[in-house]
Ligand binder design. Structure first.
Ligand SMILES: [Zn+2]
Length: 153
């Protein structure tokens, strides 16, 4: 709930009142808030454990990755290539549950932006920035239910 209030507060203080388009930074902040809400809903137990510096539950969906919380409070998969010359977002991808609304929106967004492309292509593009738990089957399911795909094929 605190995240939602902060989101509303951010909107009120900025673009809505001054009647201008939000800046890139404001959009990124809003996106981070939405991600944190989605992550809290899907991985609240894991986030609490990480905050207390305790191991995550053995029956967690995240047990096979090394989850971390970044300085913005986002849950990320710790990358194996710590010294690789790639940016932080690509190295430590944001963890999202495919069953969350954010995860579903993410899959739909990439599917559409990538011109309703093949499942592997869409999934690999998402994977550059996000670790979507159950992501590949979510991309496949979305593609199979996409009306545009059925018309185009
Ligand atoms: Zn499609």
């Amino acid at each position: 709930m605190r995240c939602v209030q902060k989101f509303k507060s951010t909107l009120t203080k900025t673009s809505v009142l001054v009647n201008r388009s939000p800046t890139v930074e404001e959009l990124q902040q809003a996106k981070n808030i939405l991600i944190r809400i989605a992550q809290r809903e899907s991985f609240g137990r894991e986030i609490d454990c990480l905050a207390r510096r305790q191991p995550i539950p053995k029956n967690s969906k995240l047990v096979k990755i090394t989850p971390i919380i970044d300085d913005k409070g986002l849950l990320r998969a710790k990358g194996r290539l710590e010294n690789a010359p790639i940016d932080f977002d690509a190295k430590h991808t944001i963890v999202v549950d495919s069953k969350s609304r954010f995860g579903q929106s993410l899959v739909g967004h990439y599917h559409t932006q990538l011109a309703h492309g093949p499942v592997d292509y869409v999934y690999n593009e998402i994977r550059q920035r996000y670790l979507v738990v159950g992501g590949k089957s979510a991309v496949k399911k979305f593609s199979q239910s996409c009306l545009a795909d059925q018309v185009l094929l």
